[in-house]
Design a protein around this ligand. Sequence first.
Ligand code: FES
Ligand SMILES: [Fe+2]
Length: 461
Amino acid sequence: MLEEHAHAVDETGHSAETETSGTLRDDFIRKDVYFSAEIARQEAAMLWMRTWQMACREEELPTIGSFVTYEIVGQSVIVVRTGEADIKAYQNSCPHRGRQLIDHQCGSVTRFYCPFHGWRWDLQGKNTYIRNAEDWDCRGGLSHGEAGLAEVKVGRWGGFVFINFDAGCEAFEKFIDPVPENLGRLEFEKMRFTWYKTMEIKCNWKVAIESFMESYHVPSTHFQTLPFLDAVTTSRERGKHGSHTNRGGRPFGMPAIETGRPEPEHFAEAFSAAIQRIARETGGVGTTSSRGASIVAEAVAGFGPEADPIDVMKAYAARLRQQAIDEGAGWHDLTAQDMAELGVDWSLFPNMVLVFGVDSSLVMRARPHGADPGRCLLDMWAMLRVAPAAASSFKREYYENYREHRADIPPLLYQDLSNMERVQAGMSCSSFKGSRLNPVQERQIYNMHRGIAAYLTGGWA
Ligand code: FES
Ligand SMILES: [Fe+2]
């Protein structure tokens, strides 16, 4: 596939190579990776069956026996809590004649039971009952390996549960590096869902997730942010993963430089309005949170027009920290400088994005939906840092047609959705040969394609 990429590069008529890895160019992605049924089949066999991928959150498995089913490329996996600190995953398939053992998305069991002929297993996947087991004696009996549930590998980080179908895959710790050492201090494991949406989108899964892997689109798609957000960014590879950070324009609360507008006369008021607006538009999590929105006006009330923006932001940060502590949610030790270096967005290979702030995060995940490369499932989850003892309460919403649920989708995220199917449609035009990625602001997308190409050609280089 790498060779085919190299061939496609010639078709663009652009000869200048910018920084590359192998033969995949960082500013050109050929279009057929979004359309080809053959490439979708290769991704199913070579990527999804071999890479680590996020299956669920630990909070979805609150007690022993709690399970979630995870579906990908025709496979179904049961992720189940088997002990206070133990989580396992099994193929959702009865070893007798294949019936799915679980046919719903979540729930709780004390053991596994096949409704077809009644075989049973304990939570460890060990078979405990075969009706008329003696009937197999004439064939030497059924071995434990044949009658037990087929295990799928599990990795865990930040309250996320990852699975891998490939028994010979790379160690999870190697795969996830360097995410824990960077994002670990934000303590994602202390966050809980505030809302949870899954929706069907008529575009390739990569189109959907790429929408969240760059902020280059923010000034145009989210034009309403221009008066208070300077979103020029630089993105970079982080192993298989990627991130982007603000390039050091104006501070949050001031108009984007490209607007030509002056700095606000009263920064504290502009900052407060911006915090509240972004929290409202992103569903109370992400860059700013509902907690931040609830305290910002009071936190900066004492600052007049002459106040130094740094002092305003410090007062807000201190008040937000105190609010979280007062609520029992505790706090981390990240400084403003640490947060600036972490950036605003990390993508986790292959199909997951975190858009985060100091106490919350949006989680995006895109997967193929059926064999059609033009269809996907997109998860949008919201998580807020809360007290450890707080009960997890959220409703799983599923939208076959997200347009019918516009009132329930945060407006800024609806703007992202409104691009996806139009991108897929526009890319199908014969004039379009491939994506001309911004090599500075869209490197995360390039790095995802680099990773996928490596999997399709035999392994991560
Ligand atoms: S298919 Fe499960 S017991 Fe027969
Ligand atoms: Fe966006």
